[in-house]
Design a protein. Structure first.
Length: 195
């Protein structure tokens, strides 16, 4: 059972939240957002959270704690972490902390095809991305300041994101500078659409 379970950031997050207390899926989703874990775990689609919970339940990592009914809400199933789930969560956590995993985000994929557009357009688009990254860093800093009373261990993912995005912003601005100065250039392909 422990070896068959497939890890994912969302699955680890669900197990970690259930480590603290039994919750129903909506409570898990609410805590993910409330605790800012939605900055590091994709919970944009509620269906993916429910599929993850179903998979964890089928793998025996979580169990039904109770099923309750409130007049204001439909029937809610509350889940708890099993002993197997506790073991697997720690195993996943250790592996995720130690072993870099090849991930395939869209930005590096787009960069690998940059020669499809002109250097001028690339400079404009990358500068806009740098501005977005800078704004996101400012928003994260404000959110972090609002929760400055929490111990540092609860903000390590924010520190990591800030370090990564600060490096990305510096790199983006240096590439834009090289593009604008003509130190980085290429011939735009025929039929390049400026729009």
């Amino acid at each position: 059972m422990d070896t068959a379970a497939r890890s994912s950031p969302l699955a680890l997050t669900v197990l970690a939240l259930l480590h603290h207390e039994p919750l129903h899926p909506y409570g898990v989703q609410r805590l993910i957002k409330q605790w800012g874990k939605d900055q590091v775990v994709n919970v944009g689609q509620r269906a993916s959270l429910y599929r993850t919970i179903e998979r964890l339940h089928a793998d025996g990592l979580i169990a039904v704690w109770e099923t309750g009914r409130d007049q204001a809400y439909p029937e809610r199933t509350v889940y708890e972490l099993t002993d197997a789930g506790r073991r697997v969560a720690r195993t996943w956590l250790r592996a995720m902390l130690v072993e870099p995993k090849q991930e395939f985000p869209q930005f590096p994929a787009a960069l690998s095809h940059l020669a499809m557009i002109s250097p001028d357009e690339a400079a404009e688009l990358l500068e806009r991305r740098a501005d977005h990254v800078a704004r996101a860093r400012q928003e994260r800093a404000a959110a972090l300041a609002a929760h400055a009373d929490l111990p540092r261990v609860f903000h390590l993912e924010d520190e990591h994101l800030d370090a990564v995005t600060a490096a990305e912003e510096r790199w983006l601005r240096s590439v834009v500078e090289d593009l604008r100065a003509g130190r980085l250039t290429w011939s735009a392909p025929e039929g390049t659409d400026p729009a």
